[in-house]
Design a protein around this ligand. Sequence first.
Ligand code: NAG
Ligand code: NAG
Ligand code: NAG
Length: 634
Amino acid sequence: MAGPGSELPSGPVAPMLLSWLTGLGAGMVLLSFMQKLLYPYFWDDFWYLLKVVCCGFRMEMYRLKGELVTVLDKFLMHAKKQPQKPFIIYEGDIYTYQDVDKRSSRVAHVFLNHSTLKRGDTVALLMSNEPDFIHVWFGLAKLGCVVAFLNSNIRSVSLLHCIRSCEPRALVVGADLLGTIEEILPSLPGDISVWAMKESVPQGIISLKEKLSTASDSQVPHSHHVASNLKAPYLYIFTSGTTGLPKAAVICQLQAMKGSAGLWAFGCTSNDIIYLTLPLYHSAGSLLGIGGCIELGATCVLKKKFSASQFWNDCKKYNVTVFQYIGELCRYLCKQPKREGEKDHRVRLAVGNGIRSDVWREFLHRFGNIKMCELYGATEGNICFMNHTGKIGSVGRANFLHKLFFTFDLIKYDFQKDEPIRNEHGWCSHVKKGEPGLLISPVNAKNPFFGYAGNRKHTEKKLLCDVFKKGDVYFNTGDLMVQDQENFLYFWDRIGDTFRWKGENIATTEVADIIGMLDFIQDTNVYGVAVPDYEGKAGMASITLKPNTSLDLEKVYEQVVTFLPAYACPQFLRIQEKMETTGTFKLQKFRLVEEGFSPLKISDPLYFMDKLKKSYIPLTKEIYDQIILGKIKL
Ligand SMILES: *[C@@H]1O[C@H](CO)[C@@H](O)[C@H](O)[C@H]1NC(C)=O
Ligand SMILES: *[C@@H]1O[C@H](CO)[C@@H](O)[C@H](O)[C@H]1NC(C)=O
Ligand SMILES: *[C@@H]1O[C@H](CO)[C@@H](O)[C@H](O)[C@H]1NC(C)=O
């Protein structure tokens, strides 16, 4: 998912650059006329980067003074200064800064008195968007625990995998997700205590809700959570990376602080009311959204789920001024029937990622002059872009100023082999302007990569070594980007073993493993195919059958809906005689992706997931046409 805010310089270089930039600014006034002619985006770039530098400067001061002001510390400051200010509004109820402070202290006291949790222990949190998500998160943060946010859509084997990979001492689950945990309770490692936000709980689970009602709401001593180190782990957020099952990316204090500066960098203030419908278990919701509100001391209108039909009513009702989006969300809003007074609201700004230029234009035309701020970044990545100039479709712009702080390269990529192109000496090379290339960024002390919890192998897989010279190390974003002549950057595609659908990253191997569990399946190759008018790619599973077996479509359907979250179930099946592999023995995907899902072009049998019939049905030309025309919704 799109990630935490800006990358900021650290180390003594920041103050120096600040004075350098100020000097440069003064000089530039004289050259302003020339500049308008030659560098039309100079001031946009300049003011934006000045903000970035200021923020880096502030952090540098904290560091020099030896006192770290973390996101939690900021929150506590607001709770003291503006206790009565609404922090979260949820289903019409207002939770002030003080309310959230007190209830999170209760959570902390429950764990202090009824568990052996210590500072530095990991606690997994499985909860939908609701105020208690924030109470539990902050409560545990007050004890110095590392909270691992679990995706509330995943179940069974995938969920177990995620829980095991971050080795928690405890697991906290929301009332509505208790069933999900009950399913896996017998398989959970025995040393994990399970706590539920519910009064009556089955055996083997502790009622956190009941204990909260009698817990003290007094302040938790600062010494429990004082952060000594910017690089101390603060959260685990699961991402699909480019390969395999979800991995817990380590979010340290520094990244959380950077993420929380995102809304501020786009010009939000404490008077803003931020509408948040994105899941809190992703970094966009938690770090950028909640963290961003805390940085500003603003109010957040939190929704359990996004609803296109309620969206503008809510915006009007709560005087919303800013919302966070993913591309799909804007498209759903554009698809809503037109109504009177659609421009009659106070929304002035939207921050998010993945909106397509045609939707962007339509959105502005229909809903009025909302400043759309596109942002690119990976949760675990060490790079980020923001569209600080407002070019439609672009995620940002890289010029010589930008390059001082955000170093990145676009390298040539072999789509067929699914790997970077290396020349005869083994080195990678840059793409030309206008050509898609793989986005990588150097990993070094100034630009660290914190890796994933547990498995070192995963961390190493995200890194590319010996790229331009012996011994260099780069973070592989897995994203292909194009840079145009004016240095605007555009997202092109995602490589490797993931694709995006409905705002979620889908790991193809995870889907393939689930389908591969069926006894008549020989091999499964999962990939995404482009469907007109949809963001991301729709899932297709290409399978081969074991000899002398027959395909049971209902079983495949049952298997995927039981074990996979709805967004990860493949929309299409393709039955192949034989799996093709690439020269390096990876499954061939490129050609299959290119071939898409048209029954006119593909002679292999194709099937389509039919939720009414609870099975896969043959993908006929009629069904295909209806999908293309948007009459069948995916
Ligand atoms: C929204 O703003 C109007 C006008 O300033 C005000 O009367 C109203 O109370 C506000 N609504 C909320 C929910 O704050
Ligand atoms: C990003 O692009 C939009 C769309 O044109 C523009 O209105 C907005 O000002 C840009 N963002 C920033 C931070 O300038
Ligand atoms: C499949 O069935 C055919 C004919 O019934 C038989 O000759 C063949 O050995 C079987 N193959 C396997 C792998 O069982």
